[in-house]
Design a binder for this molecule. Structure first.
Ligand code: 13P
Length: 249
């Protein structure tokens, strides 16, 4: 049995007051006993996350990082810095980073490797665009995104990571993939990993992301290969995120 996980990706949203309010609410209402719960906060709020979530059972992490340990990389943040603020997880290759900031499969693979080396659990995001889905290449695209990482870190490396399937057309659009559409891709991702190592494939947590909300979470999480969700907009709504976590538990 895989342990479910629900992660909230706040993206570039929030302010000190909202962070205080949301994290206070999550701490009082989410037990995180039967599921891993993680909040991906913007960098400036990681200090607050550490202050407010320590000993709550809820984990926190960063939405990005740079692969080098230190040096002349103006504007970048290292994994060592994230660890100092208690980050257990970090997102890698979110579609917004791939499209808006030019992150390639190779860069994502290097980031997964760097995170594993630093002892931070990478949550590798993969997913196809609407155009790719409509032209029937979803498996090729997602398969390649996963294989690029497998080639660099092997099944052992992937086995220490989390994968999030986020179809680009479902992100922030209100258009959730149907449970069956998501299940099909999750099963395919597991198959790609199983070609390298069946045991790792069976154990790895694969989350679905893309317009998950309080009313769609339960049916998505009920699918065999869906182990939870990576939630954007609804993770900024206190009660909705709690409901989604309960659906996973
Ligand atoms: P939404 O839940 O807002 O569609 O965002 C999904 C996402 O990108 C999470 O990483």
């Amino acid at each position: 049995m895989r342990r479910p996980m629900v992660a909230g990706n706040w993206k570039m949203n929030g302010d000190k007051a909202l962070v205080q309010q949301l994290l206070g609410h999550f701490k009082s209402n989410i037990r995180a006993e039967n599921a891993d719960v993680v909040i991906f906060a913007p960098y400036p709020f990681l200090y607050q996350a550490e202050e407010l979530l320590s000993a709550s059972g809820i984990e926190w992490g960063a939405q990005n990082f740079y692969i080098e340990a230190s040096g002349a990389f103006t504007g970048e943040v290292s994994l060592g810095m994230l660890k100092e603020f208690g980050c257990k997880y970090a997102l890698v290759g979110h579609s917004e980073r791939r499209t808006l900031f030019g992150e390639t499969d190779e860069m994502c693979a290097a980031k997964v490797k760097a995170a594993l080396g630093a002892g931070v659990i990478p949550v590798l995001c993969v997913g196809e665009t609407l155009e790719q889905r409509e032209s029937g290449v979803t498996e090729d695209v997602v398969g390649q995104q996963v294989k690029a990482v497998l080639e660099l870190v092997g099944a052992e490396g992937i086995g220490q990571s989390v994968i999030a399937y986020e179809p680009v057309w479902a992100i922030g659009t209100g258009k959730t993939a149907t449970p069956q559409q998501a299940q099909d891709v999750h099963a395919y991702i597991r198959k790609v990993v199983a070609e390298q190592n069946a045991e790792v494939a069976e154990k790895i947590q694969i989350l679905y992301g893309g317009s998950v909300n309080a009313s769609t979470a339960e049916e998505l999480f009920a699918m065999t290969d869906i182990d939870g969700g990576l939630v954007g907009g609804a993770s900024l709504k206190a009660d909705d995120f709690v409901t989604i976590c309960k659906a996973a538990e």
